[in-house]
Design a binder for this molecule. Structure first.
Ligand code: ZN
Length: 271
């Protein structure tokens, strides 16, 4: 612990010396060995990031830009999760990860250290066929989303979105810090998982990791996955923490009133 504390003090000094504009915690003469995710999710940089979504897997990027660089742990996580939950007709589609060297990118407060990624939800059409997620679509608590470009309603795919969350929170590729998602969808997924007999330990882990951050968007149109720092990452400059402004809402437990669980199960049956 003393070692980590020393490192933090050193980083602070390096930041002060650079001045606020240059306070990017990048490798420098004082800390040349820093690599990977350096600094806080909303304040750091990335060194040694790898592009995600370039391989012919059931994993694709929504947009073809350079915001596709991830910490290697996150890249492995996404590859594994895509293999287990994506299909050719409906791949796992990601939005922004981070710029090649991390740092600030427009439209995001975090996404600076290669540990944050936006992931589109899985959808089915109203006939039950898996479809390729066309964009960030807002999902109502009833699970329906309007696809404006396709002029059609789509249904939040409870089974595959739960499979995604399950794969993320049980991965051995990375330490999962958060899966940000709207509280209504978090509850919907936990109800589904409970109804299909999910293991209590997985339910618990998912309920701990899924949260709606405030005030940084309701996350009703995508998951935002953030991996944490391992001890090895921390020794390389990785820092967990909040901006002081953005914090998850207090964890809401899912309580089932008498008969409600049955109603939740019936709700899963297509009309
Ligand atoms: Zn995000």
């Amino acid at each position: 612990m003393a070692h980590v504390g020393t490192l933090h003090v050193g980083l602070a000094i390096a930041c002060t010396a650079l001045g606020s504009a240059g306070c990017i915690r990048a490798p420098n003469r004082i800390f040349p060995a820093l690599s990977g995710s350096i600094g806080l999710p909303h304040e750091g940089t990335l060194r040694g990031g790898v592009p995600v979504g370039d391989t012919p897997l059931p994993l694709a990027r929504l947009r073809d830009n350079d915001r596709r660089y991830a910490h290697p742990d996150l890249a492995r996580l996404l590859t594994g999760v895509a293999k287990s939950t994506g299909v050719a007709a409906s791949p796992l589609i990601i939005g922004d990860v981070a710029a090649p060297w991390g740092g600030e990118i427009s439209g995001h407060r975090s996404h600076r250290t290669g540990r944050d990624v936006d992931v589109l939800f899985y959808f089915r059409d109203l006939s039950g066929n898996p479809v390729r997620s066309p964009d960030f679509l807002v999902v109502a608590p009833d699970g329906l989303a309007w696809d404006k470009a396709g002029q059609r309603w789509l249904r939040f795919d409870d089974a595959r979105n739960w499979a995604f969350v399950r794969a993320v929170v049980t991965t051995r590729e990375a330490t999962i810090h958060w899966v940000f998602v709207h509280r209504a969808l978090r509850e919907r997924l936990l109800r589904y998982a409970s109804a299909v007999g999910e293991e209590p330990s997985v339910l618990y882990e998912a309920s701990e990791r899924m949260a709606q951050p405030m005030p940084s968007g309701p996350h009703d149109d995508h998951f935002h996955v953030r991996i944490g720092c391992t001890r090895e990452n921390a020794a390389q400059g990785c820092e967990n923490g909040w901006s002081g402004r953005v914090k998850p809402l207090s964890m809401t437990e899912v309580h089932f009133a008498p008969g409600e669980l049955r109603a939740a199960v019936l709700d899963l049956v297509d009309p």
